[in-house]
Write a protein that binds this ligand. Structure first.
Ligand code: FMN
Length: 183
């Protein structure tokens, strides 16, 4: 049984990235379970705040990541880069000990309105996670562009080709977590 924690880089209720995480949850192979983290209470990073003590929301998120077998991140692309809320949370987590990304199996997907599907931001995210010694699944890459055409009005992922690649990624992620657990 692999327990996956999911993070979305968008906090809005009707987020397509959140919807993609829910679709990934449906498409996961048997034995894989996912919980979506709520980290909206993480404050803006400020070293003065850190010096007063790590905020509870950061500690809570760190504990959830440490306890998970793997981390699934779905994020929109903002101005060709990683969303600010996600980067902010990562910056906080990079300052706590133990640093929870170290050796953590991670899979990434991105959903955007634009046609490129967040590829530019995904490579930035891979670079950031590399800095933190996370072990990011390489393939299949999942870039979901033109999101309005791939989800219905209830935010269900209806595009069959996208469902297939997302399901394939979940299978590969299960194998990735298994492989790393046996190291
Ligand atoms: C601040 C901001 C910057 C954006 N920059 C990009 C971008 O660089 N590339 C892109 O494809 N879409 C961009 N978008 C559009 C997002 O892809 C779109 O709003 C998407 O639905 C956001 O994901 P969400 O539905 O999970 O919130 C941007 C949106 C915002 C709010």
């Amino acid at each position: 049984m692999a327990n996956v924690l999911a993070l979305t880089g968008s906090l809005r209720a009707r987020s397509y990235n959140l919807a993609a995480l829910k679709a990934a949850q449906e498409l996961m192979p048997e034995g894989m379970k996912m919980t979506i983290a709520d980290y909206a209470q993480v404050p803006l990073y400020n070293q003065d705040v850190q010096d007063q003590g790590i905020p509870a929301a950061v500690t809570q998120l760190r504990e959830a990541i440490l306890a998970a077998d793997g981390l699934l991140i779905a994020s929109p692309e903002y101005n060709f880069s990683v969303s600010g809320v996600l980067k902010n949370a990562i910056d906080w987590l990079s300052r706590v000990s133990p640093q929870p990304f170290k050796d953590k199996p991670v899979a990434i997907l991105s959903v955007t309105a634009g046609p490129v599907g967040g590829a530019r931001s995904q490579y930035e995210l891979r670079k950031i996670l590399g800095c933190l010694d996370a072990l990011v699944l390489l393939k299949p890459e999942v870039f979901i562009g033109a999101c309005m055409t791939r989800f219905d009005a209830d935010l269900k992922l209806t595009d069959q080709a996208t469902r297939k690649i997302l399901g394939d990624q979940m299978v590969a992620f299960a194998a990735w977590m298994d492989r790393l657990a046996k190291r």
